[in-house]
Design a protein around this ligand. Structure first.
Ligand code: GDP
Ligand code: MG
Length: 397
C-alpha cells in the first residue's frame, strides 16, 4: 500500500530498505503539538448514512426510536432550576460497563447496509470504520496530560477497523470510581432528561428513570485528508427548530459544567473542557453544544449555547490554548501511521496502538484472544459474499 502519510509526524518508519542488517527501530508516532501545527487539513462535511437505536435493555434496532427532541425551558425571565440529583440512585439504571461491545452495534448496521453504501464500489474497502468517541481521543491526544489510550486495529477486506481497548489504568479508575463521581455522571444524563422530550412537540418528563442503556446513534461518512471514514456517534437530541433539518446539522449536544465565577475559571474551562466538546461535536458535524451550569448544590441555574465553529475563538489568542489544526493533523498522521502499519488483511490479527501522555504512540502485534474484536458473525457474513441486496434508489438519486 502507498504510504498515506502527511509529511509531519508520519512516524519513524524507514523509507527504504536499511543499508545494513541492523534491526529496524520499532515504529512509533510522536504526539508533540509543535509537530502538527500546519494548516488545517481537509475534512469532508460529515453526511449521515443512517442511524440505529439501543433500547433500555441495550438491544439494537435499525431505526431512530431512541432519538429525543430538544425541548429547552421557556425563557421567561427566570433561568432554569433543574435539580440534577433528583432520582439518584433510585431512578438510575446505569449501563453495565463490564460488557465489552467493541464495534458490534456499528458492525451490525454496516452488515445490514453494506449493499447500499454510497461512494462507489470499493469505497468501504478503502475506509476506516470506528466510533466517533475513538476519533475524539485521537484529536485531543496532543494536548492530553492525564489519560492514555489503546486502540486495536484489524484490516479485513481492505477496511481498517479501529476499536478501543480499556487501559489497565482506566479499568482501575472505573472500578474505584468515587461515589461523588458516580453521582456526577448521573447528573449529566439527568440534565439530558430535563432538556429533551421523547416525542416531537412533547415536554420533558423528569419523573421517569434515567437509563443509560438507551442511545441514538448516527452513522456518518466523512474524510480526513485522504482517509475515507465511516463512523458512528451517540447523539443527544435533534432540534426541530434548527435552521436546517438535515442531520447532522439539526443535532444538539448537551453538556453540564460547574458554574464559573472568576476569569481564571473561564480560561481553564476554555483550555480543557471546550477542547473536548469541540473535538466531539466537530467530528460529527453537530453545530451547537448547549451547556447547563450547575451550582455546588447540583442545580442547573443557567444555560449557554456554544456554537462548535466558534469554540476556538476562546483560545485563539491563548499561548496555552489548543489549535484545531494540531488536533486534525495529528489524527490524520495517526490514521496514516495505522494504515501503513496494519498491512496484512486478517480479521484475527490485531495491531495494538498504545499511548501514554508524554510519550509516543507505540505498536504491538497480537493474534486472536484477547484483542481480536471483529466477531465471527460479521466476518462470516461478509466472507460468504452473499448476493448483495440491490441498491434501493433513494429519493435524492
Ligand atoms: P462518545 O463520543 O465518547 O460519547 O462515544 P460515541 O458517541 O462514539 O459512542 C459510541 C458508543 O459507545 C455508543 O453506543 C455509546 O452509547 C457508547 N459509549 C459512550 N460512552 C461510553 C463509555 O464511556 N463507555 C462505554 N463502554 N461505552 C460508551
Ligand atoms: Mg452529552
Amino acid at each position: 500500500m502507498e504510504p498515506r502519510g502527511t509529511k509531519r509526524g508520519a512516524g519513524k518508519i524507514e523509507a527504504a530498505e536499511p543499508q545494513n542488517k541492523l534491526p529496524r527501530p520499532a515504529p512509533s508516532l510522536p504526539t508533540d503539538p509543535a509537530l502538527y501545527s500546519g494548516s488545517f487539513p481537509f475534512y469532508r462535511r460529515p453526511s449521515q448514512l443512517g442511524c440505529f437505536s439501543l433500547d433500555a435493555q441495550r438491544q439494537y434496532h435499525g431505526d431512530a426510536r431512541a432519538l429525543r427532541y430538544y425541548s429547552p425551558p421557556p425563557t421567561n425571565g427566570q433561568g432554569p432550576n433543574f435539580d440534577l440529583r433528583d432520582g439518584y440512585p433510585d431512578r438510575y439504571q446505569p449501563r453495565d460497563e463490564e460488557v465489552r461491545e467493541h464495534l458490534d452495534h456499528l458492525l451490525r448496521w454496516l452488515l445490514e447496509h453494506r449493499g447500499q453504501l454510497e461512494g462507489g464500489p470499493g469505497w468501504l474497502a478503502g475506509a476506516i470504520v470506528t466510533w466517533r468517541g475513538h476519533l475524539t481521543k485521537l484529536l485531543t491526544t496532543p494536548y492530553e496530560r492525564q489519560e492514555g489510550w489503546q486502540l486495536a486495529a484489524s484490516r479485513f477486506q481492505g477496511t481498517l477497523y479501529l476499536s478501543e481497548v480499556e487501559t489497565l489504568a482506566a479499568q482501575a479508575q472505573r472500578l474505584a470510581r468515587p461515589p461523588l463521581l458516580r453521582e456526577l455522571m448521573y447528573m449529566g444524563y439527568k440534565f439530558e432528561q430535563y432538556m429533551c422530550a421523547d416525542k416531537p412537540g412533547g415536554s420533558p418528563d423528569p419523573s421517569g428513570e434515567v437509563n443509560t442503556n438507551v442511545a441514538f446513534c448516527s452513522v456518518l461518512r466523512s474524510r480526513l485528508g485522504n482517509h475515507p471514514l465511516l463512523f458512528s456517534g451517540e447523539v443527544d437530541c435533534t432540534d426541530l427548530q434548527a435552521p436546517s433539518s438535515q442531520p447532522p446539522t439539526c443535532y444538539v449536544e448537551l453538556k453540564t459544567s460547574k458554574e464559573m465565577h472568576s476569569p481564571g475559571q473561564w480560561r481553564s474551562f476554555y483550555r480543557h473542557k471546550l477542547l473536548k466538546w469541540w473535538a466531539q461535536s466537530f467530528l460529527l458535524g453537530v453545530p451547537n453544544v448547549v451547556a447547563g451550569f450547575r451550582n455546588p448544590e447540583g442545580f442547573i441555574c443557567s444555560l449557554k449555547t456554544f456554537p462548535t465553529m466558534q469554540m476556538f475563538e476562546h483560545v485563539r489568542n491563548d499561548r496555552d490554548g489548543w489549535n484545531p489544526s494540531v488536533c486534525m493533523n495529528f489524527c490524520a498522521a495517526f490514521l496514516s501511521f495505522a494504515q501503513n502499519t496494519v498491512v496484512q488483511d486478517d480479521p484475527r490479527l490485531v495491531h495494538l496502538f498504545s499511548w501514554e501522555p508524554g510519550r509516543a504512540v507505540t505498536v504491538s502485534v497480537h493474534q486472536d484472544a484477547p484483542y481480536a474484536f471483529l466477531p465471527t458473525w460479521y466476518v462470516d457474513a461478509m466472507t460468504q459474499d452473499l448476493p448483495l441486496p440491490p441498491k434501493t434508489p433513494s429519493p435524492k438519486d
